[in-house]
Design a protein around this ligand. Structure first.
Ligand code: SF4
Length: 262
């Protein structure tokens, strides 16, 4: 058995930036409400309609203010509305060359609320979802069928992820199709999902699973889409340690390792 490599240290959970999305998500309906109430004050003939429009706009903005337990209780409706806004303004962001920044801001807004919701009571049944493209393309280890087929050679993030999973007894899946990841998540019935993916799939995932709180981590794409992608294992570990009840057994546990190379 080879000498175990040191696991990366998690460190603090990085700040999530959701100001851009939040500004539009709240700002647009609140501006509409202000305009409608001003119009109601000056346009007596259509006052009823303007008041109705103003109240409707306030109702559209209201879910973006819900936090903590209220956020978890109303999560499905909140995420449906938030993803509507994310998709509605995506073409504009694309035209301005800010599509990734827009989606990342939406993800940051989501992450902030998930962090607040689990700050007081951490999740007990969490599931990690990772895409198969984090495995080095030329590696033949059959990690889709058995994660421990990984030789932990250190050439891609799978080895560190596997060790962190085994050491902490976390539940995780690596899948090569989005629909399989959604199915795995629904079957496992977690109270929190920590998902890693490209921005497009993160947005899609948040839209497809509005009922499950998801903390999302974007992939780095140093070689383009879907090939030899990368992500921060310390970020994943920090998310799990901050948001999830520890399951690590007492004592010094060493993960199993295979001899070999990728
Ligand atoms: S054997 Fe190496 S390249 Fe293959 S999945 Fe494991 S860490 Fe990645």
């Amino acid at each position: 058995m080879k000498t175990p490599r040191a696991l990366p240290t998690p460190g603090p959970l990085p700040e999530d930036r959701g100001a851009l999305f939040r500004w539009f998500r709240r700002g647009v309906p609140l501006a509409v409400a202000a305009f409608a109430f001003a119009a109601a004050a000056f346009h007596a003939a259509g006052r009823g309609w303007w008041l109705l429009a103003g109240v409707g706009a306030i109702a559209a903005a209201w879910p973006s203010f819900l936090r903590g337990r209220a956020f978890l209780r109303n999560r499905t409706a909140i995420m449906r509305q938030d993803t509507f806004w994310a998709y509605a303004l995506r073409p504009l962001a694309r035209r301005l060359g800010q599509e990734d920044a827009w989606i990342l801001s939406f993800c940051g807004h989501n992450n902030q609320r998930v962090r607040e919701a689990f700050a007081g009571h951490r999740a007990k049944r969490a599931l990690i979802l990772l895409p198969h493209c984090i495995q080095m393309a030329r590696c033949k280890a059959g990690i889709l069928d058995d994660l421990q087929a990984c030789y932990d050679c250190g050439l891609c993030p799978v080895g560190d992820y596997m060790n962190a999973l085994l050491l902490n007894r976390w539940e995780g899946r690596i899948t090569n199709r989005s629909h399989k990841a959604y199915r795995e998540a629904r079957e496992y019935r977690p109270d929190l999902v920590v998902a890693v993916s490209c921005t497009d799939r993160l947005l899609k995932g948040l839209a497809k699973m509005p009922e499950i709180p998801c903390y999302v981590i974007p992939l780095a794409l140093p070689h383009g889409m879907c090939v030899d992608t990368d992500f921060s294992v310390p970020h994943l570990m920090a998310a799990m340690e901050s948001l999830v009840e520890p399951r690590r057994p007492s004592g010094d546990v060493q993960p199993l390792r295979h001899e070999g190379i990728a």
